[in-house]
Design a protein around this ligand. Structure first.
Ligand code: KL2
Length: 418
């Protein structure tokens, strides 16, 4: 029998003009100011390892005792975990369609969740789910995102995302909506070009869903398995809101692997104009030609000229996005500097899963350029601690007797001040 591993809640308290303090596992309200006009909610991000992918990549699970790999063994454990943590929002990846229909959705519904699902395109039968407690939110919109685009040769992979707009159920009824996004980006360590484009597509959808009448954005939570490690160019782009990718090898984007021998460097721009997404990661508004003609009336030369102009504007190797996103986790244990891991099997033990959120302004004070109110702010109250690779090998790695995915669930508690 393998032992269990303890994960504890780290309560985080942001005092004005003071650095983030991590307090022990004491009740948060005894340390932080209690706020009357607030909406607190918790979020879990969890790649539950689809049975189909487990069987396709069985070489990754040779360290496991056979019985712990059966879905009939794994699912009750996963459900127990979800039930135990009781998060208000679940962002699940690798949700296999048949299991979703017959077991996952019915079980979660009986726990009080409303479930939305987006299956991958192509032949792999898994996808992303976002589930939320009826008691906490009502559903404003469901926005699936397919990263496969038959008209863009670069985008030949079947990954997807899902973006929901949720209305908090508050006593006063007055609250902005909250935008929750979930994704599982392409795995292939060598194809950073595709990963970055998939991310840009997700960000464009989030911008569309989260934008408010006054031009600002509502609070955003972006979860998922990004198949990229902390500090990689893709990760830095999410956190910093900008990336100069000039001269960057496509195999270096995600940081999963060290070598970039013989690899192409990213082309400028990374994706073609017909994707309809700008270098700022927003959907491009259809440009109406100034001449009083419809597109079909334009001669080929006129069309070519328009295209040249549009292309010329974009020949810069800078990507940007408009959210200021923080990561719930800091990816290293502060005392030892040892990396946290979110996934662990016989080939790797790394962080690839994240919960990003639009931080309240005081959370990001001191960072240049963050004075503008770019997105509604969330305060991070607490997170469930992660583990080291060494911790996980003491229980035979993942999945094991008690932890039934090759990923750990990530959990955060947020506060929205109203
Ligand atoms: O790393 V993952 O596991 O985020 O948990 O995402 C992908 C990989 C997932 C969906 O494609 O399947 C796993 N080697 C190792 N793992 C792979 C491979 C591979 N060649 N292909 C897919 N996955």
């Amino acid at each position: 029998m393998e032992g269990t591993i303890e994960r504890h809640w780290e309560y985080i308290c942001n005092h004005n003009k003071e650095k983030t303090k991590i307090l022990g596992d004491k009740n948060v309200d005894s340390k932080c100011e209690d706020s009357e006009n607030k909406f607190d909610f918790s979020v879990m991000s969890y790649n539950i390892l689809s049975q189909n992918l487990l069987e396709d990549n069985s070489h990754l699970y040779r360290h496991c005792r056979r019985p712990v790999l059966h879905w009939s063994f794994r699912f009750p454990n996963i459900l127990k975990e979800i039930k135990h943590f009781d998060a208000d929002v679940l962002c699940l990846q690798e949700v296999q369609e048949d299991h979703y229909g017959t077991e996952i959705r019915p079980s979660l519904e009986s726990l009080g969740y409303h479930c939305e699902y987006k299956i991958r395109t192509g032949r792999k039968p898994d996808g992303c789910a976002i589930c939320f407690k009826h008691s906490k939110f009502s559903l404003l919109s469901v926005n699936p995102v397919e990263f496969y685009r038959p008209d863009v040769p670069l985008l030949d992979r079947d990954n997807v995302g899902l973006v929901l707009l949720l209305q908090p159920k508050t006593a006063s009824g007055a609250s902005p909506a909250i935008c929750v996004a979930n994704t599982h980006l392409l795995y292939n360590p060598r194809r950073g070009d595709i990963k970055l484009t998939q991310l840009a597509m997700l960000l464009a959808e989030i911008a569309n869903v989260a934008h408010q009448k006054d031009g600002s954005f509502c609070p955003i939570v972006m979860c998922g398995d990004f198949n990229s490690v902390p500090g990689s160019p893709l990760y830095s782009f999410i956190k910093e809101g900008k990336l100069n990718y000039e001269g960057l090898a496509i195999g270096k984007v995600s940081g999963q692997e060290q070598s970039s021998r013989g690899q192409r460097i990213l082309s400028i721009p990374i994706w073609p104009p017909n994707l309809g997404i700008s270098q700022n990661c927003v959907y491009e508004v259809q440009q109406v030609p100034k001449v009083e003609k419809t597109d079909s009336d334009l001669t080929q030369t006129e069309l070519d000229k328009t295209e040249v102009l549009v292309t010329a504007e974009k020949l810069s190797s800078n990507l940007q996005h408009h959210f200021s996103l923080s990561s719930v986790y800091s990816h290293y244990f502060p005392d030892t500097g040892i990396p946290e891991v979110t996934t662990c099997h016989s080939r790797s033990a790394i962080t690839v899963d994240y919960i990003f959120y639009s931080a309240e302004k005081e959370d990001i004070a001191g960072q240049p350029g963050t004075e503008v109110a770019v997105a509604g702010g969330l305060k991070l109250l607490a997170r469930l601690s992660l583990l080291t690779e060494q911790d996980l090998w003491t229980v035979n790695g993942l999945p094991n007797e008690n932890n039934s995915s090759d990923h750990l669930p990530l959990l955060a508690k947020f506060r929205l001040e109203l």
